[in-house]
Design a protein around this ligand. Structure first.
Ligand code: HPA
Length: 270
């Protein structure tokens, strides 16, 4: 793993100069953030040694290096999902690579189904905490001591300091920002209505098929995390309508602009 990370790092450093403190994982519909970076340089995942390649629809597979609100950032255009068949180590490979490149802050975004019945489609939820319901953990196996401790604390996984900055940015922009707990499942089937009722009792406000592994690996490596969910649909059984992946992607595309502005303003305050 460490040799593979070194190979990827060496390749990137040969292609682009970056002083990025912040990396951003772009969920469905947020590609435009990377396209609007100043002085952008793009590197395809497939050209980066050992970098796993994503196959999900609506997800490109490249890293974008450039400036957002005057700050150097790295964007992941296209993330990796467990349901694609990637192993846990592959999903967190980019996070560890960011650490090697000097990143201190990770902004994660995702599309999610709203479990909280007060949430509307198109809302943005600031993630306050998560429930990892995937049944596994990316840190299982020999601990990589060079990144972090065997038993990392998750009490403040979504850094309160960064959440305050996001709330200030939302207020400045007049964006209504919801807050809540994200529950991460593997997918790829959407949930049953009974699962959604159970998740609500467990304390979840939104559900999605990503994010929890990346956040666990980031916290392990001492990277501060800020997370946003774009509510692309009401979770199964709430509206009585059936769910479709195409609809999730479409809402993501339509509502992604608001989240893009919020991220841009938040990055400016970091
Ligand atoms: N469930 C799981 N993942 C999702 C959903 C959902 O309702 N919407 C967007 N991603």
């Amino acid at each position: 793993m460490l040799e593979l990370l070194k190979a990827a790092k060496t390749y990137i450093e040969g292609k682009v100069k970056t002083n990025a403190d912040t990396a951003i994982i772009l969920g469905s519909g947020l590609n435009h953030i990377a396209e609007n970076l100043e002085d952008a340089v793009f590197l395809d995942y497939r050209d980066i040694p050992a970098f796993p390649v994503s196959t999900a629809p609506g997800h490109k597979g490249r890293l974008a290096f450039g400036k957002l609100s005057g700050k150097d950032v790295i964007c992941m255009q296209g993330r990796l999902h467990y349901y694609e068949g990637h192993c846990k180590e592959d999903i967190v490979f980019p996070i560890r690579l960011f650490k090697e490149l000097g990143v201190k802050t990770l902004i994660v975004t995702n599309a999610a189904g709203g479990i909280n019945e007060n949430f509307d489609v198109g809302d943005i939820m600031l993630i306050t905490d998560h429930i990892n319901l995937t049944g596994t953990n990316p840190l299982i196996g020999k601990n990589l001591d060079c990144f972090g401790t065997r038993f990392p604390d998750m009490t403040y996984a979504y850094a309160p300091r960064l959440r305050e900055k996001a709330k200030e940015a939302a207020e400045q922009l007049g964006i209504k920002l919801r807050e809540g707990v994200y529950i991460g499942v593997t997918g790829p089937s959407f949930e049953t209505p009974a699962e959604i009722r159970a998740f609500r009792v467990m304390g979840a406000d939104a559900v999605g098929m990503s994010t929890v592994f990346e956040v666990i690996a980031a916290v392990h490596a001492g990277i501060e995390v800020l997370g946003f969910s774009l509510i692309t649909n009401k979770a199964a059984g709430i509206s009585g309508k059936c769910l479709s992946g195409e609809e999730v992607n479409e809402i993501g595309r339509r509502s992604g602009e608001k989240l893009g502005k919020l991220i841009e303003t938040t990055v400016g305050e970091l």
